[in-house]
Design a protein around this ligand. Structure first.
Ligand code: ZN
Length: 235
């Protein structure tokens, strides 16, 4: 990359809390930031809806976004539904397994997401791919671990003859520290936007607004988000 080229990043932005903080982190750091979401037949379409609202409102509360936030890409990965547990096992009902993952989860999903992201980044001339994966809270997802991401970065760069960098700003911090990072990056107005316009709940429930955001309050994703918020507030 020449010295005059703007630094650029592609952020995997799902509409959840973690990727929203990653987006703010990237906007603080890079001159041009594009976003990528995946439509894979999520049970809760609400995730895709709130991500649009978040992107629309972000420049109002986070001035760094103005002039830096670029194109949003949404990639159709409906094919993932064909390899979920519920699709492969005719009678399977949607349920949580022991590690707190819904059985709609696709093994290695994050490998696929990052590989698609890298291909888009390559096409767009973007060097940095930013993802909100985290070892601290999600040890149940082996494809979100640091070693996996580093190995994938090597494989991608060999396979694409590129020098992409997979950035994982949340890898070693817990949910309380993620809230803290949001406050550090954008103050109360960014935290408020994350509470209001991001979504975490596995059940897609947005009927009740808690201090930490919308959700059923009892699924593993809600419990993690709520507990992190409480630890941050009680600091
Ligand atoms: Zn929930």
């Amino acid at each position: 990359m020449s010295a005059s080229a703007p630094t650029s990043a592609l952020v995997l932005f799902s509409g959840g809390q973690d990727s929203a903080v990653c987006l703010a982190w990237a906007l603080q750091r890079y001159e041009r930031v594009e976003t990528l979401g995946f439509d894979y037949g999520q049970r809760h379409r609400v995730e895709l809806e709130v991500r649009q609202a978040f992107l629309r409102r972000l420049p109002e509360v986070f001035p760094r976004a103005a002039g830096r936030l670029g194109d949003d890409h949404v990639l159709d990965l409906a094919v993932l539904g064909a390899i979920s547990d519920t699709a492969l096992t005719a009678d399977a009902e949607i349920a949580m397994n022991a590690s707190g993952l819904p059985n709609t989860f696709v093994p290695g999903r994050n490998l696929l997401f990052l590989t698609f992201a890298a291909a888009i980044a390559y096409r767009r001339g973007i060097k940095h791919v930013v993802t909100g994966v985290c070892e601290t809270d999600y040890s149940g997802y082996p494809d979100c671990r640091d070693d996996t991401v580093k190995a994938l970065q090597v494989a991608i760069n060999l396979g694409m003859e590129s020098r992409l960098v997979l950035e994982t700003p949340l890898m070693w911090i817990d949910k309380a520290a993620t809230w803290e990072l949001a406050g550090h990056l954008g103050g109360a107005s960014l935290v408020d936007l994350i509470v209001e316009d991001t979504h975490t709940c596995y059940l897609g429930d947005r009927s009740e607004r808690h201090a930490w955001g919308y959700g059923c309050g009892t699924c593993p994703a809600c419990e993690l988000r709520a507990a992190g918020y409480r630890r941050w507030i009680e600091g």
